[in-house]
Design a protein around this ligand. Sequence first.
Ligand code: FE2
Length: 413
Amino acid sequence: MSFDLIVKGGVLPDGTQADIAISGAQIAAVELGISADAKTVIDASGKLVSAPFVDAHFHMDATLSYGRPRVNASGTLLEGIALWGELKPIQTREEIVARALEYCRQAIGKGVLAIRSHVDVTDPELKTVEALLEVRDRMRGLLDLQLVAFPQDGWYRAEGAEAQVVRALDAGVDVVGGIPHFERTMADGAASVRAACELAAQRGLMVDLHCDESDDPMSRHVETLAAETVRLGLQGRVAGSHLTSMHSMDNYYVAKLIPLMAEAQVAAIPNPLINITLQGRMDNYPKRRGMTRVPELRAAGITVAFGQDCVRDPWYPLGSGDMLDVAHMGLHVAHMTSPDDMRAAYDMVTETPAHILGLDYGLKKGGRASLVVLDAPDPIEALRLRPARLHVVSNGRVVAQTVPASTTVLADI
Ligand code: FE2
């Protein structure tokens, strides 16, 4: 028997050793000591071999636009939204496509093979939507791009935005988005959550809302999101992204809210790199940390995945597309430093977001042959070192390789 590709001697994230044999775009076997021939053999002896990284929350229409037309002086979410509003009318579809493809190239090099990207639909020409639909097509078979119809300037606050969401879905965008905390009033925000969930229920789609992304302890949209999810029978198809206001909420109220979210099976997608910088900007000391209550949500059985959110755009000047950077920051902010918690942080940028996106995923016989070989022996060392992705395989094809940097210390120690 001959295979197309065998990855030999690797260590899976759960610590078991296995060779992985691949035929075409499928995994043919995951077992120790595969001795058959293969056209290509990757020696992964002692290296972590993982299913690919998955980013559950990104903005690919804005990525790599940092400085255009100016930088965000205050560092706040609201100035970022205003700045994006300045860029929207002056950017072309071609440059959105070019930036997004460049980002995909960088992400693939880091072993990211699936991304859920929000796409702003409030541009009347839908340039952003058309651009990212093109990128989704061009990436097919290489990187799974799932798109969320995101009315950045408000479902009701921006004139015509609700109709634009529908137009974007008609054009092929996958998921219903929203931004209830940016509506004019709390009541408008709640109404926008209801409208988004009803639209998703009518069309059989998933929902992923930017929800309660503020320092306001009274923001209540995730409560509405959980209630609407139950009312419309959308359990397991709904995610609340950011949820930063939860860090400021009254503990008594949160003790009611988290069970509501668990009942509704609403997933949570915190974005630690971005919200540690955007939130708390109006605080004196102590300054709030800007991330939702990750350990408490996980303890209640809620699905929680870390997202990247932004790379070099109106909201964030840094970022590299490396989901290990995201998990590294996330575990710090969430105090997730026990060995079990650190392993969980690795899952929160691999398996968990794959589950939220509904992907065919995982290193198993018959599964898609997509994987990453890392220059580290296990997930915790991978988080500590954020090492080279030695080989990235997508649907049976080796799509990226990295030669690790080599340092020689010349000092006499
Ligand atoms: Fe976001």
